[in-house]
Design a protein around this ligand. Structure first.
Ligand code: PGA
Length: 250
């Protein structure tokens, strides 16, 4: 299974900074064919960054999307707008969307269904909070997020689905899950996917780890059986560290 590394730039970089970062990544990623590479700048930078990555081995993704086609949804962005600027991927259900902006499983499910039906590759994020892990609720939380987030998603749509396991306590904190913790959660998610879609389909879905991944810890995380890539925040903001993680896939 080809690993997939995504860069989630979050609310960082102005247009000129984003262009510079994208150029650095394109340069350092030349010739890499052993991993899929996606970068997700903020909305205002998408079209400029597209000009830089067009025709390269880097794909463009957005960090969120609304599920309606158009209308009175102030501050939102539709699937056709994202297609128009050349996005092939979209991150949905990120923990910051869930916990800072109050998106619930039902809303995330609408977005996931819409994005898949429009042909996007979806990076669907799940993950437990610290208090949930401490209360030994991790498995329950992951089961529920996967089940509700993928409600009514059809087997035939799974080839465009990537799941990102991002323990909330590890995001932007410098605290990384141990390789064993990551593997355990990934295996659990895959088991849930097997229950929903059968073993064969489940075995083909890539599950990324996210949460303080960096070049120094990428290798041991990525060498776990069920870890098929990474979703990178902080370390995706510099070409060296981002491509350093990509190279750990080789
Ligand atoms: P981080 O963020 O790498 O900065 O922890 C990961 C993410 O939120 O996708």
């Amino acid at each position: 299974m080809k690993p997939i590394i995504g860069g989630n730039w979050k609310m960082n970089k102005t247009e000129s900074e984003a262009v510079e970062l994208a150029k650095g990544i394109v340069e350092q990623a030349k010739g890499i064919d052993y991993a899929d590479i996606v970068i997700c700048p903020n909305f205002t930078c998408l079209s400029k960054v597209k000009e830089i990555v067009s025709g390269t081995n880097i794909s463009l993704g957005a960090q969120n999307m609304h599920h309606e086609d158009s209308g009175a949804f102030t501050g939102e962005t539709s699937s056709s707008m994202l297609k128009d600027v050349g996005c092939e991927y979209v991150i949905l259900g990120h923990s910051e969307r869930r916990h800072v902006f109050g998106e619930d499983d039902g809303l995330i499910n609408k977005k996931v269904k819409k994005a898949l039906s429009e042909g996007f590759n979806v990076i669907f994020c799940v993950g437990e909070k610290l208090e949930q892990r401490e209360a030994e609720k991790t498995s329950e939380v992951l089961d529920s997020q996967v089940e509700k987030g993928l409600n009514e998603v059809q087997k035939g749509q799974l080839e465009n689905l990537v799941i990102a396991y991002e323990p909330v306590w590890a995001i932007g904190t410098g605290k990384t899950a141990t390789p064993e913790q990551a593997q355990e959660a990934h295996a659990h998610i895959r088991k849930k996917l097997s229950d929903l879609y059968g073993d064969e389909s489940a075995s083909e879905i890539r599950i990324q780890y996210g949460g303080s991944m960096k070049p120094e810890n990428a290798n041991e995380l990525l060498s776990q059986k069920d870890v098929n890539g990474g979703l990178i925040g902080g370390a995706s903001l510099k070409p060296d560290s981002f491509i350093g993680i990509v190279k750990a896939c080789e």
